[in-house]
Ligand binder design. Sequence first.
Ligand SMILES: NC(=O)C1=CN([C@@H]2O[C@H](COP(=O)(O)OP(=O)(O)OC[C@H]3O[C@@H](n4cnc5c(N)ncnc54)[C@H](O)[C@@H]3O)[C@@H](O)[C@H]2O)C=CC1
Ligand SMILES: O=C([O-])CC(=O)C(=O)O
Length: 354
Amino acid sequence: MQQSNLRIARIAAHINPPNLQMLEEDLGLERVNCRAKGASSGFKVAILGAAGGIGQPLAMLMKMNPLVSLLHLYDVVNAPGVTADISHMDTSAVVRGFLGQQQLEDALIGMDLVIIPAGVPRKPGMTRDDLFNINAGIVKTLCEAIAKCCPKAIVNIISNPVNSTVPIAAEVFKKVGVFDPKRVLGVTMLDVVRANTFVAEIMGLDPREVDVPVVGGHAGVTILPLLSQVKPSCSFTQKEIDYLTDRIQNGGTEVVEAKAGAGSATLSMAYAAVKFADACLRALRGDPAVVHCAYVASEVTELPFFASKVRLGRNGVEEIYPLGPLNEYERAGLEKAKKELAGSIQKGVSFVKK
Ligand SMILES: NC(=O)C1=CN([C@@H]2O[C@H](COP(=O)(O)OP(=O)(O)OC[C@H]3O[C@@H](n4cnc5c(N)ncnc54)[C@H](O)[C@@H]3O)[C@@H](O)[C@H]2O)C=CC1
Ligand SMILES: O=C([O-])CC(=O)C(=O)O
């Protein structure tokens, strides 16, 4: 095979598996074959929306994760370029790209973990709910394919509005009888990451040592930081509580405004998504005591979905922790959060049931 053809074949090999097989046949390379099968032990992870603002740094960070043996990058645009780029990193995960709806199923077959950052982001002046009309349909389509191709995969949903897209995913899975509430998780890790950072800032602590539980959901008042339960134990003035609660609830808007029309949080979100995905993979491996906040099907309140601390295990969510003792300020916040969440959940459910 001529050098230029070989180069083209290599690029094509990153786009879809049949071409990778062609490359193996043409070159007769045992080695290519081994790598293509994801021979190293580890987990198979797909990112849907991998060419986007979150998708690209998320893909890069997952390629660096030693727990990942095979990384599938799917998008409706630019997947081949991102895949070719990331595949040159000398880390062990094998990377394959998948472009467009006709390759979605190939992207999903055999996956252990599917991460979804597909969809449009906010511009200044918009709420997350303003994204519903576009993103609801995207998440529905992607989840229909997951239900068909890898119904046992753990699904991490990043696409906004998370308060509605997680119920959408659940309804899609229910419709075809494969809903497992342990396996569908809305990613609220960025709220925790922000809360840890902002608390550390005002208390003069190392953010890596701070743990703030953030419960409820992922939009405005539904984001409820439990500052009375911060570890290490901190005592805040009422002024500090007001400042921190407001900043944590509006952290996303702070970034949207600073980016002034160029999108919302991408880099901190990719960091948070990887922190969460890594926790899911460690739990799948059997590590004990993997506990994080996530937005899941829950009985912690009267609502069918709620974010709180969950223990992750080999099957996804193994245990959902109660909210713990709340002070009066937090109890009032909880009531506000539940009111808004109820509407967002119903909107998601109705979208699929209509
Ligand atoms: N859960 C959270 O804490 C956060 C959620 N987000 C949300 O994440 C989503 C993505 O944000 P960005 O990456 O900044 O947006 P972006 O526009 O930069 O990237 C989105 C990607 O999704 C792709 N896409 C669109 N339709 C698709 C489909 N049907 N299938 C597969 N891919 C598709 C686009 O081609 C694009 O590459 C937004 O909905 C945003 O609001 C953003 C930050 C934090
Ligand atoms: O604010 C947004 O639109 C994106 C997001 O969810 C966040 O940064 O928390």
